[in-house]
Design a protein around this ligand. Structure first.
Ligand SMILES: Cc1cc2nc3c(=O)[nH]c(=O)nc-3n(C[C@H](O)[C@H](O)[C@H](O)COP(=O)(O)OP(=O)(O)OC[C@H]3O[C@@H](n4cnc5c(N)ncnc54)[C@H](O)[C@@H]3O)c2cc1C
Length: 302
């Protein structure tokens, strides 16, 4: 049985949505991307497990969070996209400084929750527009903070529908990455911060938010930093010094405010962005000898 027929047969047995050939453009901050063969939005954990157990070991699965770090190609994704909804976004206090958050909870909501409960260490999440799941995969962070510094454990589901708990001490975190298997679906995570007074926490949040506003563009179709900063270098600086500022491809362009932010001007195709990315990468390599590595995830069919 092919993927679509198999998913059709599961459709009647779950209450979550299973969609076919639906455009992925509204699932990415770039507002770009062709259709997914199948999209599954599980209603709860049991359904997610049931779906994975019954999809016959099909492995081409992509979990999307807020899509704030993912460029989806124009030809779409010829597998299954899993999008976790509100059943996976609960945030709760485990003890006075330990918080459990669902993988689809927004980073900002976790930061607010920690503030309300006088727990510090989560302030930096107030200015990252993704979800907890995406944040763990990317080891997202800013201003000397990142997810690895507050993570205790990740609750994940494997492609056989089985739950696993992985402790932070068993995960190798790197700058914008981690060693967790690519075929794990993060369900929730446990974090630990420090008790502090609300006034100090709010002050730190305000400082980060203001700094972000000053340094980075807002209200544009972007996925944030395109390239990782090489060791002891800044990607935006290398891009600028290589003469790439102002470069365009179709309606894809480089932000004037931040050279490492690439933007869909409204009519760009994913291929425009990918071409612009490749051109900039080549030019920086040519001018500086540095091979920039993507921070952005590019997914889908070429
Ligand atoms: C304006 C702007 C500012 C930004 N600023 C920052 C910043 O300061 N620091 C920073 O680090 N990033 C920043 N980003 C990038 C982005 O917000 C982060 O990488 C964010 O953590 C991505 O989360 P997401 O939910 O959007 O992930 P997505 O883009 O949806 O996915 C990213 C990766 O995570 C995987 N993933 C998502 N959810 C799950 C899950 N439940 N289980 C398993 N894998 C999963 C996806 O498969 C994909 O590989 C910025 C982006 C924008 C648009």
């Amino acid at each position: 049985m092919n993927l679509v027929s198999k998913a059709m047969s599961i459709k009647n047995k779950v209450s979550g949505k299973i969609l076919f050939d639906e455009s992925l453009s509204r699932y990415s901050w770039f507002n770009l991307g062709g259709p997914a063969k199948v999209i599954f939005k599980p209603k709860n954990l049991n359904e997610l497990s049931f779906f994975l157990k019954n999809i016959n070991g099909f492995k081409k699965i992509l979990v999307l969070g807020a899509g704030s770090n993912t460029l989806i190609r124009d030809n779409g994704f010829s597998g299954i996209v899993i999008k976790l909804g509100s059943a996976f976004s609960r945030i709760s206090l485990f003890d006075e400084n330990t918080i459990i958050a669902g993988a689809s909870a927004f980073d900002k909501d976790l930061s607010n929750f920690a503030f309300k409960n006088s727990v510090s260490g989560f302030e930096f999440l107030s200015c990252i527009p993704g979800t907890i799941g995406g944040g763990i995969r990317m080891n997202s962070g800013c201003y000397e903070n990142d997810i690895s510094k507050i993570l205790v454990s990740v609750q994940a589901m494997d492609l056989n529908g089985k739950i696993r708990i992985i402790y932070s001490s068993d995960i190798k975190f790197s700058y914008r990455g981690c060693s967790l298997d690519n075929d794990l679906l993060f369900i929730s995570a446990t974090f630990k911060g420090k008790k502090n007074n609300k006034k100090d926490i709010q002050k730190k949040i305000n400082y980060f938010v203001e700094k972000k506003k000053k340094d980075q563009p807002s209200k544009i179709k972007t996925c944030g930093s395109t390239f990782k900063n090489p060791k002891n270098e800044k990607a935006w600086k290398l891009i600028k010094e290589s003469g790439c500022a102002g470069m365009k491809f179709g309606d894809a362009y480089i932000s004037e405010k931040h050279c490492n932010f690439f933007v869909n001007g409204g009519k760009a195709k994913s291929s425009d962005l990918e071409n612009l990315i490749n051109q900039v990468k080549d030019k920086v390599l040519d001018k500086t000898g540095i091979n920039l590595e993507l921070e952005l995830k590019i997914v889908g069919e070429k």
